[in-house]
Design a protein around this ligand. Structure first.
Ligand SMILES: Cc1ncc(COP(=O)(O)O)c(C=O)c1O
Length: 377
């Protein structure tokens, strides 16, 4: 039979009905020749020693990687004073989020998180036929943990909670008291994943979930990545620290060999470049302050941030601002109708961003109303 004569040709292929026609994760746009400030990557190349480690590891590309990432887990266990059994490595922390949802949620269970927060949490809920329960942030972009705890108490079955701190995209951190209050309010059996993808950039007092885990809160999981401060976004490696029984459930559903030997070697080498990493993080924090002050002087609303990005609650003007920047060769991320997020990068990129923002024409009236709409000045 000729291919064109196949019976039923042109019929739609069956997919899960709830996924038909749905879009996927909206990644930061890549515009050749432009400065990319839309994905919160590091503006620096990999840390010293990393490219050599990558080269050496790639010489054995004919072999599968160590499925248990034994050396990297041991290095992280030492770094955080836990055992290797408390550590799991993932193909980016985002895949770990997905695997944690799959390992904790049955169909219909809830995945709870604040909103706005990391957009992918919603997508991961979908992978497990789970429901997303979202609770609006406070007007200054902070997670509303008492409200989130109340929403969890009212939900039938909560599979997992994600607390993102510093929160993407608002940059706000949770406090010690907020975390303790939240953990006191939810059952000790509910896994609470504290997504600390940007924690290295925080200069203020900010809790690290590992302290709660080590103090005996076995439902607390600390989630970290090498994509941001360590500058390895392209190699896809992150990790979680949490109860071995929970990590064991992740192993039970995960695809094998999903962290390459190259990524493992790069992460191990990155952990050894502490001084340079610290220097870069300090530079990002200084750049964050520098850009914040200048954008505010331009009359733009900018929320305080502890991450390598800033949140501009521009409301309905978010797309317009992003489009203006894009036109001027700087790609930022718009989250209509709430705001825009700009990554803090190396100083030349930061300067370009401020320069471009200066030429954005917004009426004086709109500027005033934005300033009074809850942004901290
Ligand atoms: C809050 C948060 N968590 C996790 C991730 C995932 O990072 P990766 O998968 O690169 O480790 C991101 C990436 O942007 C993020 O913003």
């Amino acid at each position: 039979m000729a291919r064109s004569e196949v019976h039923g040709a042109g019929e739609r292929v069956r997919v899960r009905p709830d996924l038909a026609g749905r879009g996927g994760y909206r990644a930061g746009e890549i515009v050749p020749g432009s400065i990319k400030l839309s994905s919160n990557e590091s503006g620096h190349p990999p840390l010293p020693g990393v490219l050599e480690a990558v080269r050496a590891a790639s010489a054995e590309a004919n072999r599968y990687p160590d499925n248990h990432a034994t050396v990297l887990r041991a290095a992280l266990a030492e770094r955080w004073a836990v055992t290797s059994d408390d550590v799991i490595i993932g193909c980016g922390s985002s895949l770990l989020c997905q695997e944690l949802v799959q390992a904790t949620c049955e169909p219909g269970d809830a995945v709870a998180f604040g909103w706005r927060s990391f957009e992918a949490y919603r997508l991961y809920a979908r992978t497990a036929h789970a429901r997303a329960i979202t609770v609006p942030n406070t007007p200054d972009g902070r997670l509303d943990l008492p409200a989130l705890a109340a929403a969890c108490a009212n939900a039938e079955q909560v599979g997992v909670v994600f607390l993102c701190s510093p929160n993407n995209p608002t940059g706000a951190v949770i406090t010690d008291d907020e975390l303790t209050g939240f953990l006191d309010a939810v059952p000790r059996s509910v896994p609470v994943v504290v997504d600390e993808a940007y924690a290295e950039f925080a200069t203020g007092v900010t809790p690290h979930a590992i302290d709660w885990y080590r103090a005996g809160w076995r439902n607390v999981v600390m989630l970290r990545t090498f994509s941001k401060a360590y500058g390895l976004a392209g190699l896809r490696v992150g990790y979680a620290i949490g109860a071995p029984e929970l990590l064991g459930a992740v192993h039970a559903i995960r695809s094998p060999f999903n962290v390459s030997a190259v990524a493992q070697a790069a992460a191990i080498a990155s952990l050894q470049a502490v001084d340079e990493m610290d220097k870069r993080v300090v530079a990002v924090a200084a750049g964050r302050l520098w850009v914040t002050e200048r954008l505010r002087r331009l009359g733009l609303p900018v929320q305080d941030s502890e991450a390598n990005f800033l949140w501009l609650p521009l409301g309905v003007h978010a797309d317009e601002f992003a489009e203006h920047c894009r036109h001027e060769g700087v790609v930022v991320r718009s989250f209509p109708p709430d705001g825009a997020r700009v990554t803090i990068s190396v100083q030349a990129d930061n300067e370009r961003l401020v320069h471009v923002a200066r030429s954005w024409r917004l009426s004086a009236g709109d500027r005033m109303s934005l300033q009074s709409s809850g942004a901290q000045q």
